[in-house]
Write a protein that binds this ligand. Structure first.
Ligand SMILES: Nc1ncnc2c1ncn2CCOCCNC(=O)c1cc(-c2ccc(F)cc2)cc(O)c1O
Ligand SMILES: [Mg+2]
Length: 214
């Protein structure tokens, strides 16, 4: 049967990247997406903004919602200090399978716990299952209509502490209007928009960074 796009992306990584070299894995995926097939990775332009926020926060605990093929997982994990707890959640088993292999190819498998499931099911269990109290950094890149319900779950289950930083992809394209309205109007967050473009295109998109004030 015909291969999937994530499987073809994995082949491109295995062919063009150097095992154990995260930078080469990132470059191989970006090359594949620019010259072979577009795919919904955060990409190189927004990826640099992601890098700068992760570096600035230097988190001890990280959550990513929407692993997809593991591109942003590799971008984040390569910047983390030893001992950081990093959980990434993917709903689609086929994507999760490819992500595991790409994360392992980059040599970062010991820094990442990849969990298969829907964010709404998992968030209420994270404290119990993974012994996390609060997350210092959360990257939202899953179903766009889950961003708002899930930030409310973070609040409800006490997963945010004073200074926790949430970074949301695709707030313009495909767009997360209800989420934006919430974080920009809530007195509990300080939000800032980072203008950029939809991965590998000239279409406007951007990232919204929201600081939880407690
Ligand atoms: N743990 C979880 N819980 C719940 N749901 C989950 C989950 N894990 C995964 N899922 C399912 C959703 O995963 C993919 C979400 N990402 C996107 O849909 C996305 C789409 C575009 C895009 C597409 C087409 C265009 F024309 C223009 C833009 C660009 C992006 O950068 C995107 O990130
Ligand atoms: Mg995205």
């Amino acid at each position: 049967t015909r291969s999937t796009r994530p499987q073809r992306m994995l082949k491109a990584v295995q062919k063009n990247a150097i095992r154990g070299n995260p930078e080469s894995v990132i470059s191989a995926i970006d090359y594949f997406c620019k010259h072979s097939e577009w795919a919904m990775n955060v990409g190189d332009e927004k990826g640099c903004i992601l890098d700068s926020v992760v570096t600035e926060v230097d988190p001890s605990t990280v959550l990513e919602l929407g692993t997809y093929c593991g591109y942003s997982t590799v971008r984040i994990a390569r910047l983390l200090s030893p001992g950081t707890k990093f959980i990434t959640v993917e709903f689609n088993p086929a994507s999760a399978e490819v992500a595991r292999k790409i994360i392992a190819y980059a040599g970062l498998q010991d820094k990442v716990t990849l969990v298969e499931g829907a964010s709404g099911d998992l968030i209420p269990q994270i404290k119990k299952l993974y012994g996390i109290t609060t997350f210092d950094f959360i990257f939202l890149d899953h179903w766009k209509d889950r961003y708002l319900p899930d930030i409310k779950l973070f609040e409800e289950y006490g997963l945010l502490g004073k200074g926790s930083v949430l970074l949301a992809d695709n707030v313009i394209c495909p767009g997360t209007p209800e989420y934006l309205e919430y974080v920009r109007n809530s007195p509990r967050y300080e939000s800032r928009y980072y203008p950029s473009h939809l991965e590998y295109t000239k279409v406007e998109d951007g990232l919204e960074k929201s600081l939880f004030l407690g």
